[in-house]
Design a protein around this ligand. Structure first.
Ligand code: M6R
Length: 606
């Protein structure tokens, strides 16, 4: 189960703060929610299917008064999203919230059922509840949890409360992230620091195998061998433009229109206008010795890796490879200490990406992470971190993080090109100068919104759609298709335009919407020919370009003109109309923009 966890031990009732934190954690899962507090030696459990607001309504009618409690938002894997399968999973003695997957739950359940224990839900989590309950008959809470963990295979972050030990919460981590927060007469457990931010900025992170015992006044940590340990306390950054939609209808639209500012901020972090240079130092491998760069990510982050491959090839003499993290982690790879492995992730918590990073660490190669959340697992585990400075991204569909990842990858490629002497000084300074124009150009691209609203209508009844591009516009086609799929549930395919004739052209029929992304680069004429092939088969073309010249063909249904920037940077601008298109189609279809069905913001299961 990929989900959000919260736990609060306090000297006052905790349910309202649990609800508020769960709202923040909804980006991790939102098909059901629940909480349990301890009230006069009774576990008061409340659950609902659907969103946290439903849980809030239940609490409103029947308040929970306990000073200690745990809460959960769920993204279902084992068992349908209903009230019974929602967390916490409680017995009379204990209540458990869990993020992760217990791989041997079937085996354990069979064994426990054989001993006469009964199960209520279809989840893997309930075996933890039953095991701890059973072990509590002969041991204290800490001991029962340790013994339980020994029996579990898989990944988890856990929060557990105990009827007869009304002042403690036990937390444990193996694979799934877990943070601890500190405050006055109040301590917290959370899936991430973001969920705790309104209550504290003092945070520690559990490492794999560790366990913690929280009371309102104290937190104790134990390693996998039950030895007491000390943990470092971090002060997490205080982002100004945190989780507030302002005047926007939803987070996604806010995050799209913020992009001129987030890119400006990121540029100011990485460029030194006085020295006319890029502020990137301390490479984990001496840049001239880098043999190959391998870029790894999932979903949108993978698309930014794809764009970066074109940039590295164009700007440097370094070989570049890309990989999807869930594939990388299981391949039989040959590691090389002169290769730099770059992990791209908005959340920094994506399980597949984190596992791929672990494999690199085990093979003693140098790693870099490009993340938005600098306190994240991936950031903490890599040798070198390049933050994208985009501020919290709440919408499940990634938008400003994509542009942030692109700009950092571009800056990195540019810096490598100059230190290695792959580009001469003059071109370096022209390329640097080109960056300055980006924020304004992004702002001007937003002006296309009213045209895009018209285009969106043409997608409403479409059977499907295609997104085509060549060169560094090909990954943008993939990203445009992904955005449309996840937001509007409309089938969309992204393809390299030149590949259409090898199969996908068969999909083209009268009126099928086809987005062609065609900046005036070296592929332009080729893309035009591919466009004609689609037109000849009845495809309805929406042509996105930075070329001022109008095309003669009347068969193009719509032409969107983005501002012209250097060809290397055009992917950043060409992405924006596609984000807006997906957004407006979803809006017309009345879809849940910030929380598309079946998805979650941070994918912490593999
Ligand atoms: O947090 P990450 O960047 O590692 O997440 C990777 C993907 O799960 C993410 O980009 C996903 O594809 C988005 N929903 C796309 O909009």
């Amino acid at each position: 189960i990929m989900c959000g966890i919260i736990g609060i031990a306090s000297n006052k009732p905790v349910s309202i703060n649990i609800i508020n934190s769960l709202k923040k954690l909804e980006y991790r899962g939102y098909d059901s929610a629940g909480l349990a507090t301890l009230n006069n030696n009774f576990i008061d459990e409340k659950k609902c299917s659907g969103r946290v607001v439903e849980l809030e309504k239940i609490l409103f009618k029947s308040p929970s008064n306990g000073n200690i409690g745990i809460g959960h938002v769920r993204w279902a894997t084992h068992g349908v999203p209903n009230i019974i399968n929602a967390h916490p999973h409680s017995s009379e003695e204990v209540s458990v919230v869990h993020n992760g997957i217990i791989e041997n739950s079937d085996e354990l359940k069979k064994d426990l059922e054989g001993q006469g224990f009964k199960f209520k839900s279809q989840t893997d989590t309930e075996v933890i509840t039953v095991l701890v309950t059973k072990l509590l008959q002969n041991s204290k809470p800490l001991e029962s949890v340790f013994k339980t963990l020994k029996k579990l295979k898989g990944s988890f972050a856990l929060g557990i409360i105990f009827r007869n030990y009304s002042d403690i919460i036990i937390g444990a981590r193996r694979g799934s992230p877990l943070a601890v927060g500190y405050s006055n007469e109040e301590n917290y457990l959370g899936s991430d620091s973001y969920a705790l931010k309104s209550m504290t900025n003092k945070i520690s992170y559990l490492d794999d195998g560790e366990l913690c015992v929280l009371t309102k006044n104290n937190v104790e940590f134990y390693d996998v061998n039950k030895k007491k340990i000390n943990k470092k306390i971090y002060t997490v950054s205080d982002d100004e433009n945190i989780s507030d939609k302002g005047d926007y209808k939803n987070f996604m639209s806010k995050e799209i229109f913020e992009q001129s500012e987030t890119i400006k901020k990121c540029l100011s972090e990485y460029t030194d206008s006085l020295k006319k240079d890029i502020n990137i130092y301390n490479f984990p491998i001496e840049p001239k010795k880098i043999n190959k760069i391998i870029l790894i990510g999932c979903g949108t982050a993978y698309h930014s890796c794809l764009v970066a491959k074109y940039w590295l090839e164009e700007l440097t003499t370094i070989d570049a490879e890309i990989d999807i993290a869930s594939e990388f982690r299981y391949r039989n790879l040959k590691f090389n200490s002169n290769n730099l492995y770059i992990f791209v992730s908005q959340s920094g918590e994506t399980a597949d990406t984190a596992a791929a990073l672990d494999i690199c660490k085990k093979n003693n190669v140098k790693t870099c992470s490009i993340v938005n959340v600098v306190e994240s697992t991936i950031a903490r585990n890599s040798d070198w971190v390049l933050p994208i400075h985009a501020g919290p991204e709440i919408g499940v569909a990634s938008t400003k993080a994509f542009l942030g990842q692109l700009i950092v990858l571009y800056i990195l490629a540019l810096k490598l090109s100059t230190i290695r002497g792959d580009t001469d000084k003059k071109i370096y300074s022209i390329n640097l100068n080109n960056l300055k124009k980006l924020p304004e150009a992004i702002k001007n691209t937003f002006k296309l919104e009213s045209e895009i609203q018209l285009i969106a209508k043409e997608f409403l009844d479409a059977k499907g759609s295609m997104f085509l591009g060549r060169g560094n516009s090909f990954p943008i086609a993939l990203e445009g298709a992904l955005k449309l799929k996840e937001l509007s549930y409309l089938h969309a395919e992204g393809y390299p335009a030149g590949e259409m004739k090898h199969g996908p052209l068969a999909l083209i029929e009268e009126g099928l919407p086809v987005i062609v992304i065609a900046p005036k680069d070296k592929y332009y004429e080729k893309t035009l020919s591919n466009t004609q092939e689609v037109i000849a088969r009845g495809g309805k073309i929406f042509f996105i370009t930075d070329n001022n010249k109008r095309l003669l063909s009347t068969n193009i249904r719509f032409r969107l003109k983005v501002p012209h920037v250097d060809n290397l940077l055009s992917p950043l601008l060409l992405t924006i109309p596609l984000q807006l298109l997906a957004y407006h189609v979803a809006l017309l279809k009345n879809c849940d923009i910030d929380k598309p069905r079946n998805l979650a913001k941070s994918v912490t299961v593999e």
